[in-house]
Design a protein around this ligand. Structure first.
Ligand SMILES: [Cu+2]
Length: 367
C-alpha cells in the first residue's frame, strides 16, 4: 500500500518537476529564477552560473519537465529589457467572444514571443506570451471541428502548448520546443465548454506565471440561446518593482502565492476604466477561465443572479439560481443571466483580497 502511495507521489512529483531528487528540483528552481532574471535584463553571468550548477544534456526528451527551461540556460539568454518607448501602447483586451472559426478543420499557427506587454497605461510587464499578448488570443470552435495547432518558438527559452480542450498524448503533443523549432498537433474537442490553454514547459508555474495562457471556447453542436458573450480569463501577477516602467515577473513570489495583481484578461481594472456594455433585455453569457497559476475566481455579478452556471459540457450540467460560483485554477465555467434591469453592475472575484487587486469590472446595462 505504502509502496503504491510512494510511487504515486513520485509520479505526481515527476509531472510537476521531472524525475528528480528534491535537491535537484530546488536547484532547478534557482536556475529557473535566474532564467527569469536573465530574460528580464539581469547580467548573463548570473544565469550562466546557475546553469552550471544544473547540467542537463541537450536533446533530453521530456515533454513537461524542469529540464526544458534549465536546458535553455546552456545557451545565451538575451536581454529582454526593452526601452519603454518600444513597447506597444496600452489597449483594452477585447472580451467579446469571436465568432466560431469556419471550416471542418481550424488551423492555428502561433508564435511563442518573449515581449513586454503594457497592462496599464503606466506599466508594462516583461512577459512570455502566445502571439505577443497576455492572455493569448481567444479561440472559438464548435464541437465536431478539428483543431490543427502549430506553435513556433521565437523565444529564447523552450515553450510548449497544453490545450485543456484536447485529449492527446501530452508527451508528444504538449512537448516543449527550443528556440526556432515548432510543434504541431491535432485534436477534436470531445466536450463543449470554457477551457484553459497554457504553456506546459516546466516549471509550469513560471511559464503560466509569466503570461503564457488563454481561453479556448468550445460551443456545443446545438448552439446555446443567443446572447452577448464575453470571455474573462482571470490570472495573478507576481512582479518585481518596475524599472523605467517595465516590471519583471518574480518566480520566488509566484511560489509564495501572494500576488501583486489579480486581473481579468491581463490588465488590472481595465473594465472599470472601459466597461462592458449590453442592452437591457439581452442575455449575457460570461465564459470565465481561471488561469491561475494558483488561485480560483469566485465569480459574482453585484446586483444580479445567474440564471444558470454551466459547470461543464453545455447545454447540460448547469445549476440554477446562483449568486457566486468559484472557478478553480485550471478550470472554466459559463455564467448566464438576462440583463433585464438597467444599471451599472460590478462583476468581481468575490474573494475580495483578489477582487481588490484588479479582478473587477463593470457591466453597464443600457436602455
Ligand atoms: Cu513557456
Amino acid at each position: 500500500m505504502s509502496k503504491t502511495l510512494g510511487s504515486t507521489a513520485r509520479l505526481l512529483s515527476d509531472l510537476v518537476s521531472g524525475p528528480a531528487t528534491r535537491k535537484r528540483f530546488l536547484g532547478s528552481m534557482a536556475a529557473a529564477g535566474a532564467a527569469v532574471a536573465a530574460a528580464c535584463g539581469r547580467p548573463r553571468a548570473q544565469a550562466e552560473g546557475a546553469a552550471a550548477q544544473d547540467t542537463v544534456a541537450p536533446g533530453v526528451f521530456n515533454s513537461s519537465s524542469r529540464e526544458d527551461t534549465a536546458l535553455a540556460l546552456v545557451h545565451p539568454v538575451s536581454s529582454r529589457k526593452a526601452a519603454a518607448d518600444d513597447i506597444a501602447p496600452y489597449r483594452r483586451y477585447d472580451p467579446a467572444l469571436p465568432p466560431v472559426a469556419e471550416g471542418d478543420t481550424v488551423r492555428l499557427h502561433w508564435r511563442a514571443l518573449e515581449v513586454p506587454v503594457r497592462i496599464r497605461p503606466d506599466l508594462a510587464v516583461a512577459g512570455w506570451t502566445f502571439e505577443g499578448d497576455i492572455p493569448g488570443p481567444i479561440v472559438h470552435v464548435r464541437q465536431g471541428q478539428t483543431v490543427e495547432f502549430t506553435l513556433t518558438n521565437e523565444g529564447d527559452v523552450p515553450h510548449s502548448m497544453d490545450f485543456h480542450a484536447a485529449q492527446v498524448d501530452p508527451r508528444t503533443a504538449f512537448r516543449s520546443v527550443p528556440k526556432g523549432e515548432s510543434v504541431t498537433f491535432t485534436f477534436r474537442p470531445r466536450y463543449a465548454g470554457a477551457f484553459m490553454y497554457h504553456c506546459g514547459t516546466a516549471p509550469v508555474l513560471m511559464h503560466i506565471g509569466t503570461g503564457m495562457y488563454g481561453a479556448i471556447i468550445v460551443s456545443p453542436r446545438e448552439p446555446l440561446p443567443e446572447a452577448r458573450e464575453f470571455v474573462l480569463v482571470q490570472s495573478e501577477m507576481y512582479l518585481e518593482p518596475a524599472q523605467e516602467g517595465v516590471a519583471a515577473f518574480d518566480m520566488r513570489r509566484m511560489m509564495s502565492t501572494l500576488p501583486d495583481l489579480v486581473v481579468f484578461n491581463g490588465r488590472p481594472d481595465q473594465y472599470v476604466r472601459e466597461p462592458i456594455r449590453v442592452r437591457r433585455g439581452e442575455r449575457v453569457r460570461f465564459y470565465v477561465v481561471s488561469a491561475g497559476p494558483t488561485h480560483e475566481c469566485a465569480f459574482h455579478v453585484v446586483g444580479e443572479q445567474f440564471e444558470r452556471v454551466y459547470l461543464g459540457a453545455p447545454p447540460g450540467n448547469f445549476i440554477e439560481g446562483v449568486q457566486t460560483f468559484a472557478v478553480p485554477a485550471g478550470g472554466g465555467m459559463i455564467f448566464e443571466f438576462i440583463a433585464d434591469i438597467e444599471g451599472e453592475f460590478p462583476f468581481v472575484n468575490h474573494g475580495f483580497g483578489h477582487g481588490q487587486k484588479g479582478a473587477i469590472g463593470f457591466l453597464i446595462v443600457e436602455p
